[in-house]
Design a protein around this ligand. Structure first.
Ligand code: SAH
Length: 396
């Protein structure tokens, strides 16, 4: 028997609008004694059937919805259909020989709550972020191998903190097939990148920035470029390829800078590159004190706000680095500035960047708006899926 979650009165609307989450506060009662991870039916206060999903009383998100059709079973065929739909949505990317790495499944926004699948050439890297998908790992693995062609290995990178909110420990390792080579070299817009899928950030690479990295290159001819929070040099490599006179990478991780060195070499780029291991805040302050200037600055920091309660503190940090960036830009200089904090809206981010320009005494214009790439879609039913925002600014 399937358990049933009854919603409180007047709490059915988001479900009817196909939002995939039911918070604990919306639940009136649970019948049928479902175990955590089990499928449950969701009914409104009047008993009408609304949807079906996976249950977890250890999470504030009590139910993650999978279907709004009562006759749709959650079985192998269901997972294959959903995965095939996500794969089909990437057919343009799949057909592009210049790009062999991209996100195949973007969780809730691909109607597969809790599941991330990234493609790195012939290897897939997966993250099972919730108990609902963790419990169905074997079925999902089988379905994935059924719908994706040309896979040599499947690697699990479920070693992420958010799993704790679901009562799950971190885990990583080979799930199926061959071990990925070290390094695994992939192509993005014709450029080569060495990816460490075992230990690298996220699943190995910041795939969400592909389209923004491509936007950077045309600005770089002859420019002195500062790539702050560079990780493996994603933006920096595009800058060099775009004809930069000099590229300076700043990151606090020595391992990331080692990867960056490999990436410049892999692309045969002879641009002078400076690798600076350090804290961006203090390195940029040092440059300001020395009177060092750049023609282009990229600021791609990690998530500063993990929760709404951290927004204020994060806003100050975003403002600090943007202020420093404006102070380091030559007249006519270009700033690519990002925030990947979901809790910071695009509107608020623009205000922060505005405040930074004012304090730096620089007049600036927005000449482009950036967001996560098309392989990181945002389902209209799930606006929470929009997290990455960026501005291209020109400092007068
Ligand atoms: N631009 C990169 C992704 C950057 S991710 C790309 O396109 O691939 C953020 C990076 O910031 C990580 O590599 C992390 O090591 C680094 N980082 C985090 N805090 C930092 C700090 N205070 N100073 C310098 N680097 C930092």
């Amino acid at each position: 028997m399937t358990g049933t979650v009854y919603l409180k009165r007047k709490r059915a609307r988001p479900v009817l609008q196909r939002h995939p989450w039911i918070f604990s506060g919306a639940v009136e009662r649970v019948t049928g004694g479902p175990a955590d991870g089990d499928l449950v039916d969701v009914r409104d206060a009047g008993g009408n059937w609304l949807a079906r999903g996976t249950f977890n009383r250890r999470s504030q998100i009590r139910v993650r919805l999978l279907t709004w059709r009562q006759d749709e079973a959650i079985d192998g065929s269901f997972w294959r259909r959903r995965l095939a739909q996500a794969v089909a949505a990437r057919r343009l990317l799949a057909a592009d020989p210049a790009t062999t790495t991209y996100r195949l499944v973007h969780a809730e926004s691909d109607f597969l709550p809790g599941l991330i699948v990234d493609r790195y050439g012939e290897w897939l890297v997966v993250q099972f972020l919730t108990l609902g998908v963790e419990r169905r790992r074997d079925a999902l693995t089988a379905a994935l191998l059924n719908v994706v062609d040309g896979v040599r290995g499947l690697y699990d990178r479920s070693d992420v903190d958010v799993r704790a909110q679901e009562g799950l420990p971190p885990r990583s390792g080979l799930l199926w097939g061959e071990e990925p080579p070290e390094p695994l070299v992939v192509l993005e817009n014709g450029l080569r990148f060495a990816v460490d899928v075992r230990r690298g950030h996220k699943t190995g690479f910041y795939l969400d920035q592909r389209e923004s990295r491509a936007r950077l290159a045309p600005f770089c001819a002859g420019a002195e470029v500062l790539d702050a929070f560079s990780y493996a040099g994603g933006f920096g490599v595009y800058a060099a390829w775009g004809g930069a006179a000099r590229v300076t990478l700043v990151d606090s991780s020595a391992a990331a800078l080692d990867l960056a060195r490999r990436n410049f070499a892999l692309n045969g780029l002879e641009t002078p590159v400076e690798y600076v291991e350090g804290d961006v805040f203090s390195v940029l302050r040092g440059y300001r004190a020395q009177g060092r200037r750049f023609d282009l600055v990229v600021l791609d920091p990690p998530k500063f706000a993990h929760h709404r309660r951290e927004v204020q503190r994060a806003a100050r940090a975003y403002k600090d680095i943007n202020l420093l960036a404006f102070q380091l830009l030559r007249p006519g200089g270009i700033l690519f500035t990002f925030s990947c904090s979901g809790a910071i809206s695009a509107d608020l981010f623009q205000k922060i960047v505005f405040g930074a320009a004012v304090d730096a005494g620089r007049e600036a214009q927005i000449i482009g708006r950036l967001s996560q790439g098309s392989d990181h879609p945002v389902a209209l039913t799930f606006p929470e899926g929009a997290y990455l925002k960026g501005l291209i600014c020109r400092a007068v």
